[in-house]
Ligand binder design. Structure first.
Ligand code: NAD
Length: 495
């Protein structure tokens, strides 16, 4: 299918415009290499215009009553819902995930937008008893100011909504810098926000890559950076923000595990493993790249996983028969390929997949065979580092505690799951697994927007997206004391 490339512009202070330099970049469909669109390759000048617009709009927006802000978000949610199918197709075309998953990505954006819009009439603070008479103590939320929302390409519809919607409902304005590998969905979302009635300057969209991202982080008008992406870039951003007193919210990588005990429902565990390892070609931050399997069921589990992985059909995500789409770009393909050598050199074996997929037109895109490593030791690089492709390891554990210890012993802490029929073991695992998200008898993917989302250790810095926790990320508490005693009361100093 031939796509006609579309041309796009930045959205700055309510106006669609080219990069000041006139430079553009092209995005291709990772399934077939066809150019799908041209986008401004923004530089610091464009970022400065965006940050100024957001800063100028802040006072007006923060004092717009929250229920009124919410009305705009409700309208945006309705539009996302009405356009779900076309939005999902654009997700597939620009980053490759199969259409059913792309619909899920858009649905998550819809869910988050409705959920957060409901906060327009909540965002409750507290009233707390005072230690003094005739004094009222209470708290309420206040926005940070200008938020820099810097996003990856793997959930191009959902992740921007996870950031922008809670930022907006709590009264912040924003500059949104999407990944250059998923610019189309970003343009679609901002167009919807514009049509929903968002005033100029409240959300500004700047396309571009690292240069635009770095300029945004460093812009003095940006009060908080909300970043989802790789550990390496996240750490750079955190170092800058730490040195400059900026708030920073990080959602980084994962090396997520599924523990399968010998009493597990193996049919269910295999379904969970296949979906979690190879869904979105393993390019989810929550993908399961380690299967930690108790010794007595390891061989059966491995054989079945290998059979299922080898049977997955690769292809264009728009084709109904496709199970697994391409990976996002050639760099990703190269990185995954390098890990095949790393794994072999470490002594692991490849029981399924192991190389770039070819034939049936797959050579035109970036396809990698669903891959299963066996003979994996927990300390190997393939079991410690995020590969971010359709690759998973099988690691043997002797019992529950051993499995949990292996699961926890990685630099990341996003999500883990356990399959067992023993409620006591499930409870013990739930308490001892040290990730931000735990699933019992389910795979590692399938988060719901009303619960906090985020990870421990290298996955984050203590903030959470989604749920009520998102409000805490995008606002700060203000404590207010109202003294109506008519005299100067001094708290701890008064008798
Ligand atoms: P990436 O770090 O390469 O890029 C993320 C964003 O940062 C992009 O918009 C990019 O242009 C921008 N950027 C790059 N260098 C920058 C710099 N120096 N300053 C400012 N911005 C810069 O990540 P990616 O390849 O887009 O995404 C994949 C990664 O995201 C994986 O590690 C994955 O686990 C992670 N991820 C995490 C979560 C989560 O919630 N924990 C969710 C999705 C993806």
């Amino acid at each position: 299918m031939t796509t006609t490339p579309t041309t796009h512009q930045n959205y700055l202070n309510g106006r669609w415009q080219d990069a000041k330099s006139g430079r553009t970049f092209e995005r291709e469909n990772p399934a077939d290499g066809e150019i799908i669109g041209r986008f401004p390759d923004s530089g610091p000048d464009d970022v400065a215009v965006a940050a100024k617009a957001a800063a100028d709009a802040f006072e007006r927006w923060r004092f717009t009553p929250a229920p009124k802000r919410a009305e705009i978000l409700f309208r945006a949610a309705e539009m996302l819902l009405a356009r779900k199918e076309e939005l999902a197709r654009d997700v597939t075309v620009e980053m490759g995930k199969v259409l059913a998953e792309a619909r899920g990505d858009v649905q998550e954006a819809i869910d988050m937008t409705y959920y957060v819009a409901g906060e327009g009439r909540r965002q409750a603070g507290q009233t707390i008893p005072s230690e003094l008479p005739n004094k009222l103590c209470m708290t309420f939320r206040q926005p940070h100011g200008v938020i820099a929302a810097i996003t990856p390409w793997n959930f191009p519809s959902a992740i921007p909504c996870w950031k922008l919607m809670p930022a907006l409902i709590t009264g912040n304005t924003a500059v949104f810098k999407p990944s250059p590998y998923s610019p189309l969905s970003a343009a679609n979302l901002v167009r919807i926000l514009e049509e929903a009635g968002l005033p100029p300057g409240v959300v500004n969209l700047v396309f571009g890559g690292d240069e635009a991202g770095a300029a945004l982080v460093e812009d003095p008008r940006v009060a908080m950076v909300s970043f989802t992406g790789s550990l390496e870039v996240g750490r750079e951003i955190a170092a800058y923000c730490g040195g400059h007193g900026k708030r920073v919210h990080l959602e980084l990588g994962g090396k997520n595990a599924i523990i399968v005990l010998d009493d597990a429902d193996l049919d269910l565990a295999i379904d969970g493993a296949v979906w979690s390892a190879f869904g979105t070609s393993g390019q989810r931050c929550t993908a399961a790249s380690r299967m930690i399997v108790q010794d007595r069921v390891r061989d059966e589990f491995t054989d079945r996983l290998v059979t299922r992985a080898s049977a997955l059909r690769l292809g264009n995500g728009l084709d109904a028969g496709t199970d697994v789409g391409p990976v996002v770009n050639t760099e990703s393909l190269d990185k995954i390929t390098r890990y095949m050598d790393i794994g072999r050199d470490e002594g692991a074996s490849i029981a399924a997949g192991g190389s770039r997929a070819s034939g049936n037109g797959l050579d035109r895109g970036y396809f990698f065979q669903p891959t299963v490593f066996t003979d994996v030791q927990p300390g190997m690089r393939i079991a410690q580092e995020e590969i971010f492709g359709p690759v998973t390891d099988v690691i043997t554990c002797s019992d529950l505690d051993h499995g949990v210890a292996i699961a926890n012993d990685v630099p990341y802490g996003l999500v883990a799951s356990i399959f067992t029929r023993d409620i006591s073991k499930a409870m013990r695992a739930m308490e001892r697994i040290s990730t931000g998200i735990v699933y019992i008898n389910a795979g590692t993917i399938g988060a719901e927007v009303q619960l906090p989302f985020g990870g421990t250790r290298g996955t984050g810095n203590g903030h959470r997206e989604a749920g009520q926790a998102a409000l805490d990320s995008y606002s700060e508490w203000k404590s207010v004391y109202i003294d109506y005693s008519g005299r100067l009361q001094k708290a701890q100093i008064d008798p």
